[in-house]
Design a protein around this ligand. Structure first.
Ligand SMILES: N[C@H](CCC[C@H](N)C(=O)O)C(=O)O
Length: 297
């Protein structure tokens, strides 16, 4: 009898850490000693029932650039890859800080090099998320918008739109922010997927509802591209703080309240970089059940 040998996933029996960044569900896998790439199918299998449900899977790969700890691949739970994940980077940073005596770390992602350091108080971690981009081609948008502080986009009846005129920003990934008085007054689970997949966003977009409380404080919630409603999205918090500062409605250091907790965002004047500070929580560790990957290509 000829037995067909199924290719074994690199993740089968591999260790993982389940963590969260203010409720953003993060799984961290350390593949720094293995050049194998996790496929979209494997990433979806991890997120499946019986697996380890997550919003983002952070996979540490061997470093590509001298001086960096790892090249980090970021998967959404639909298997798509994201260039940036603020909450996930704090979790990755915490994991490496705890295993070493380093006080600052540099990681590489598809959005470039990111520096991380321990925050100003125990349990807090900071990530330099780089510079925001506002050009329509950088976000990207499907057509030219000269001013991305507000773009023409709406959902609902044409003469009485439910949501309209978002600000758009790239924080390495595309974000649209709708300014509202009450972030809970809208069915984001219904409007999120429509807006995420709107033709104006050729690479889809993360969709945020934000309320500016005062010049130092914003409340927000996000429908994430590739992951749906989450308790927190760090890059969306950066995008929202920057978009509000660009409208001159907040200061350059803003306190952000998300459903899962709080972040402090600073849009630094001297180099245009966006710094995000918040906690990273370790929940448990385990090893992936090989059965999860039995029928995955
Ligand atoms: N939760 C993440 C964002 C993931 C981004 C992802 N949904 C995408 O752009 O595809 C964060 O803390 O920044």
């Amino acid at each position: 009898m000829i037995r067909k040998l199924e290719p074994m996933s690199v993740l089968a029996n591999h260790a993982f850490s389940k963590m969260n960044g203010i409720g953003n569900e993060i799984v961290v896998v350390d593949l720094r000693d293995n050049p194998a790439t996790v496929t979209a199918g494997e990433a979806r299998a991890v997120a499946s029932p019986g697996g380890v449900p997550y919003d983002q899977l952070m996979v540490l790969q061997p470093p590509r650039t001298p001086g960096t700890e790892a090249f980090v691949r970021i998967y959404n739970n639909d298997g798509s890859e994201a260039n940036a994940c603020g909450n996930g980077m704090r979790c990755v940073a915490r994991q490496i800080f705890e295993a070493t005596d380093k006080t600052a770390l540099t990681f590489e992602t598809r959005a470039g090099l990111l520096n991380c350091w321990r925050g100003s108080a125990p349990g807090l971690y900071s990530v330099d998320m780089g510079s925001p981009k506002f050009g329509w081609k950088d976000i990207p948008l499907a057509e030219e918008f000269r001013d991305t502080r507000y773009i023409e986009l709406q959902v609902g009846p044409i003469d009485a739109p439910v949501l309209h005129s978002p600000s758009v920003v790239s924080m390495g990934n595309p974000h649209a922010i709708f300014w509202v008085d009450d972030i809970h007054a809208y069915d984001l689970a219904r409007f999120g997927p429509l807006l995420e997949n709107h033709p104006v966003f050729p690479e889809r977009a993360n969709i945020t509802l934000a309320h500016i409380v005062d010049r130092d404080h914003i409340t927000m919630r996000t429908w994430e591209r590739g992951a749906g409603l989450t308790k927190a999205c760090g890059s969306a918090a950066c995008a929202t703080a920057v978009a509000a500062a660009r409208l001159k409605r907040v200061e350059r250091i803003v306190h952000m309240t998300l459903p899962g907790g709080s972040l402090t965002i600073e849009w630094r004047e001297r180099d245009d970089h966006v710094l995000m500070t918040g906690p990273a929580i370790f929940e448990y560790e385990g090893a992936f059940d090989p059965a999860l990957f039995a029928s995955v290509a």
